[in-house]
Ligand binder design. Structure first.
Ligand code: 5GP
Ligand code: ZN
Length: 123
């Protein structure tokens, strides 16, 4: 059974919850019952997608046991999106976490970056 968005935990002041609810526009390039993907508004690479769960959760640091399948699903979805975009030369999945991790939107999200050579270490 597909849960409706209203049945999921959301946070009214959260930017990404508002995108999920359709209150803020985003070009959904992928959607299933658990997550959506859309381009980052400030892209850092030729491909820069955000993959976010429909349920509000603050960060990967707050992961509960019950979230583990969802996190795996999001990671696999990012890889499928990379494949669909022919990023066979490589890509990067980033999960900024907390202030020191550079997280600015406190709704868990994966960045999928590709289409250029990445450097290491990250800034
Ligand atoms: P963080 O810094 O938390 O890891 O990533 C948040 C990302 O959300 C940033 O890369 C930022 O550009 C993106 N972002 C912020 N506001 C919006 C928005 O309204 N729409 C979209 N598509 N991306 C956003
Ligand atoms: Zn949220």
């Amino acid at each position: 059974m597909t849960p409706s968005v209203s049945a999921l935990k959301t946070s009214p002041d959260c930017l990404f919850c508002r995108i999920i609810a359709g209150e803020i526009p985003a070009n959904r390039v992928y959607e299933d019952e658990h997550c959506i993907a859309f381009p980052d508004i400030n892209p850092q690479a030729p491909t820069h997608l955000l993959i976010i769960p429909k349920e509000h959760m603050v960060s990967v640091a707050k992961t509960l046991e019950e979230h583990k399948p969802l996190l795996g699903h999001m990671m696999a979805t990012a890889a499928e999106l990379a494949k669909a975009r022919e990023l066979e030369k490589g890509f990067r999945i980033v999960v900024n976490t907390g202030d020191d991790g550079g997280q600015t939107v406190h709704h868990l999200h994966l960045h999928l970056l590709g289409g250029r050579r990445m450097s290491w270490p990250p800034g």
